[in-house]
Design a protein. Structure first.
Length: 306
């Protein structure tokens, strides 16, 4: 039996292939078959002693079932250690019950995954009031990596106007905004956001004087419906920004939103490879490979960290 190998759900196979090549590991694609009644059959490849499962968990419901079945099959086939690489981690936003009878999806999904694998590696998990990813995955090792170094390197290589202001849509984005701005030596600010619903937000920038006459780079961890990004672009235009570009870790919005973004004044949109998307421009290969090298060396595995 091979010591370490990667297996991937089909949707992430291209990204997993690059990661496998960087690490010098074999890659097998997990086969999924859907029956007429909606149930799925999962067929894994040959199990390695340490099997890394690559699964970006966007559009997550079927993927969680596939992960459950794949973990069962791999463990039964002799895999002694399972490592989940989920560059995008689903169901993290619901970390509390905000109304009577609501399920806490973060807790439920965290416990499910913790019962399947020995280690989780993710990127910029959408943790609101959960300060440490250890609370999400009880009893196993987990790392919540930052995509900001990879984004900073990509922006630096492409060239960025030193007058650029890095901006975020709300207080929750400050951690990414300040990190990226610090790495690039740029000014930064965050907006005030009032959410009216899933697709309706109000955005305003208190530091309009900082923005006026300068290009702005909007930064966020996740863009899903796109409403916040559009509202930000309009607020930046009101504040006098000369241009607006956007970069994000996870692009979950429909690709046909590009026209609406352009109409709102967003000049360009770039995302990382955490989720396959037409805007992918920043690979996470080296970030993930660095986290996985301990699985190849036989070194002591890291404790749970943020």
């Amino acid at each position: 039996m091979n010591k370490t190998a990667i297996q991937s759900l089909p949707s992430g196979a291209a990204d997993a292939r690059r990661l496998a090549a960087r690490l010098g590991l074999s890659l097998q694609e997990i086969a999924l078959h859907r029956f007429p009644d909606g149930e799925i059959r999962v067929t894994v490849g040959h199990a390695a002693s340490t099997t890394i499962i690559y699964a970006a968990l966007d559009l997550p419901n079927d993927k969680l079932i596939a992960l459950l079945f794949a973990a069962e099959a791999l463990s039964r086939a002799g895999a002694a250690r399972l490592v989940l690489v989920a560059p995008y981690l689903c169901y993290m936003r619901q970390d509390a019950a905000f109304g009577e009878g609501e399920a806490i999806s973060q807790k439920a999904v965290g416990r499910l995954i913790a019962g399947l694998v020995d280690r989780v590696i993710t990127v910029d998990a959408h943790l609101h009031r959960t300060p440490d990813i250890a609370a999400v995955f009880p009893g196993i090792a987990a790392e919540n990596l930052s995509a900001m170094p990879a984004i900073a390197n990509a922006l630096r290589s492409a060239g960025i106007d030193p007058a650029t202001v890095v901006a975020g849509p709300d207080a929750e984005s400050r951690q990414w905004v300040s990190d990226l701005a610090g790495q690039l030596g740029l000014a930064h600010t965050v907006a005030q956001k009032i959410r009216r619903g899933d697709r309706s937000v109000e955005i305003s920038f208190a530091e309009a004087a900082l923005i006026a006459g300068r290009p702005v780079l909007l930064v966020d961890d996740i863009v899903s419906s796109g409403g916040t990004l559009i509202a930000c672009a309009k607020a930046l235009a009101t504040a006098g920004a000369t241009a607006a570009d956007a970069v994000m870790t996870h692009a979950l919005f429909p690709p046909d939103m590009a026209a609406a973004f352009a109409k709102a004044g967003i000049r360009s949109i770039r995302s990382t490879s955490s989720v396959p998307h037409p805007t992918n421009a920043i690979p996470l290969d080296e970030l993930l490979a660095a986290a996985l090298r301990s699985e190849l060396s036989g070194a002591t595995f890291p404790e749970t960290t943020t």
